[in-house]
Design a protein around this ligand. Structure first.
Ligand code: ADP
Ligand code: MG
Length: 415
C-alpha cells in the first residue's frame, strides 16, 4: 500500500509545491526574444508538468520542437531558471493543438488526485530514465559504478556509501540507478538535501515533526543527493545526524552524494563528517575522451531509436564534440542535443565546421579559425613570407605550405 503511494508520487509535484506561473514566464520570453519570435514560436509553448528540476513543455509539432531546441533551448532554460533556480532541463512533448487543452485539464486533475493529503509522499522521485543500463562505464567512474552495484547486491555492507565528484559527472544518475534497482524489494527514499530541508522546515511550521521523523527513519534504503547543501545549516544538520544514526542502527543502507569528500565539508559538524567517512568513499572524476565518445554514441543511438530515424553524426564530429566539451557530461549532452537537433532539422550530415558554427556561443573559449589565421600560422611555421605563399609561384618550398594551408582551411573553416 505504502509503496504504491510512494511510486505514484514519483511523477508529480503537488499543487502547493508548484512555483511557476506560466504567464509570467511567457511575458519574459516576449521581452527577451522580441515580438516576432515570440508570436511565431514561443507563444505556442505550454507548460505541461513542473518537476523540481525539470519541466515538460507542450509544443504542437515535431518540427516545432526541433526548431525550438536547435535555436532557443538554452535561452529558454536560462529564462525559466530565473524563475526557479533548481530547473536544469526541459523536455518537450508534442501535443496537437486540439488536444492541448484537454491534456492540460487531465494533468491538472491528476495533480489533484496525487496531491493526497499527505504531501510527504512527494518526497520520493526516481527518474526511470537514469538507470544502470544507460550509465556508461569509464575510467573516471568505474569504481563508483561498481560499488554502487555492489550495494545493490549486499545491502549495508558498505555503509554509508559516499559518492563524490564535481557537477554534471553522474552522481545523481548513479544514486537514481541504485534507487531504481532496489525499489521493488525495499522501502527506498531518494531525496536531495535541499528537498530534505524544504520538508524539514515545512514540518516544523506545521508542527508535524513526528510524521517527518517517522517517514524518513522507516526507509530501508536512504539516498541523499548533494549533501553539501547542509553546510552552515545547524538545525538541519542536527536533524540529519539523528536520522542518519537511527537508520544505521536499524541496518538501513545509506547512500550519499556530494561535490567534495566528507572531510572537506566545511561548516558541517565534525561528528557528521566522521560518520560520513565511516563507510566507503568513492569518487567520480572528469571523463576522459573515450568515455565522452561512448556517451555520445549511446545518446545518438538512443535518439535514433526514439525518433525511429537514423541519426548520422560522423566520427569526426563525435571527436570534435568530445574534445571541445571540457567541463562535464551534462554540458557534453547539451552540446550534442543541439548538434542532433540541427542535423535533423536540416536533414544532413554535419561536418566539424558546421558544429563550430552551431556551437560557437557554447565554446566561446574556442578560437574561431579563419583562413587568415591559418595562412599566418602556416607561413610562420615554414618561415616564408605571406606574399610568397599567396603568389602564383609553384616552387616546392611554397607549394607544400600552400597545400597544407588549403587543407587546414577546408578542414577547419566553412570555406
Ligand atoms: P551530477 O549529479 O554529478 O551533477 P548528473 O548525474 O546529473 O550529474 O549527470 C549529468 C548528466 O550526465 C545526466 O544527464 C546524466 O544522465 C549524464 N551522465 C553522467 N554520467 C553518465 C554516464 N557515465 N553515462 C551516461 N550518462 C551519464
Ligand atoms: Mg546531481
Amino acid at each position: 500500500m505504502e509503496k504504491n503511494n510512494i511510486k505514484k508520487s514519483n511523477s508529480y509535484i503537488s499543487e502547493e509545491e508548484k512555483t511557476l506561473v506560466w504567464e509570467d514566464i511567457q511575458l519574459s520570453f516576449k521581452k527577451t526574444f522580441g515580438n516576432e519570435i515570440y508570436n511565431s514560436w514561443l507563444q505556442k509553448i505550454s507548460l505541461i508538468k513542473e518537476y523540481n528540476d525539470y519541466l515538460i513543455l507542450g509544443v504542437p509539432t515535431r518540427f516545432f520542437r526541433d526548431w525550438i531546441v536547435s535555436r532557443y533551448l538554452d535561452k529558454i532554460l536560462e529564462q525559466v531558471k530565473g524563475f526557479k533556480l533548481s530547473l536544469n532541463r526541459i523536455e518537450f512533448k508534442i501535443i496537437e493543438e486540439a488536444k492541448q487543452n484537454q491534456e492540460f485539464v487531465r494533468i491538472n486533475e491528476l495533480n489533484k488526485v496525487t496531491e493526497i493529503k499527505d504531501s510527504i509522499l512527494n518526497y520520493n522521485r526516481l527518474n526511470p530514465n537514469l538507470s544502470f543500463d544507460n550509465f556508461i562505464q569509464g575510467k573516471s567512474n568505474d569504481i563508483a559504478l561498481s560499488y554502487s552495484k555492489k550495494v545493490c547486491e549486499h545491502i549495508s555492507r558498505y555503509n554509508p556509501l559516499y559518492i563524490c565528484g564535481g557537477v554534471g559527472l553522474g552522481k545523481t544518475h548513479l544514486l537514481n540507478a541504485v534507487g531504481l534497482a532496489l525499489q521493488s524489494e525495499n522501502n527506498v527514499m531518494f531525496i536531495s538535501a535541499e528537498r530534505f530541508m524544504y520538508h524539514f522546515i515545512k514540518s516544523i511550521k506545521k508542527n508535524d515533526m513526528v510524521n517527518f521523523k517517522d517517514f524518513f527513519r522507516k526507509s530501508s534504503v536512504f539516498i541523499l543527493d548533494d549533501i553539501q547543501f547542509i553546510r552552515g545549516k545547524e538545525s538541519l544538520q542536527e536533524e540529519f545526524f539523528h536520522t542518519f544514526n537511527s537508520l544505521m542502527d536499524k541496518g538501513s543502507q545509506i547512500i550519499i552524494s556530494a561535490d567534495r569528500p566528507p572531510l572537506k565539508l566545511d561548516r558541517v559538524q565534525e561528528r557528521i563528517k566522521s560518520r560520513l567517512s565511516g563507510g566507503l568513499i568513492v569518487d567520480i572524476d572528469q571523463p576522459d575522451q573515450e568515455l565522452k565518445k561512448d556517451i555520445i554514441k549511446q545518446k545518438i543511438a538512443d535518439t535514433s531509436r526514439e525518433f525511429k530515424e537514423n541519426i548520422n553524426i560522423s566520427e569526426d564530429v563525435i571527436n570534435f564534440i568530445a574534445n571541445e566539451s571540457k567541463t562535464n557530461i551534462r554540458e557534453l549532452l547539451g552540446v550534442l542535443n543541439r548538434v542532433i537537433a540541427f542535423s535533423r532539422v536540416h536533414k544532413r550530415v554535419l561536418n566539424t565546421a558546421d558544429c563550430k558554427q552551431i556551437l560557437k556561443d557554447v565554446f566561446s573559449q574556442v578560437k574561431i579559425v579563419t583562413v587568415d589565421k591559418i595562412q599566418n600560422v602556416v607561413c610562420n611555421f615554414f618561415d616564408i613570407p605571406l606574399s610568397e605563399m599567396l603568389s602564383q609561384r609553384r616552387s616546392r618550398p611554397l607549394a607544400r605550405p600552400r597545400q597544407i594551408a588549403m587543407f587546414l582551411a577546408k578542414k577547419l573553416t566553412t570555406r
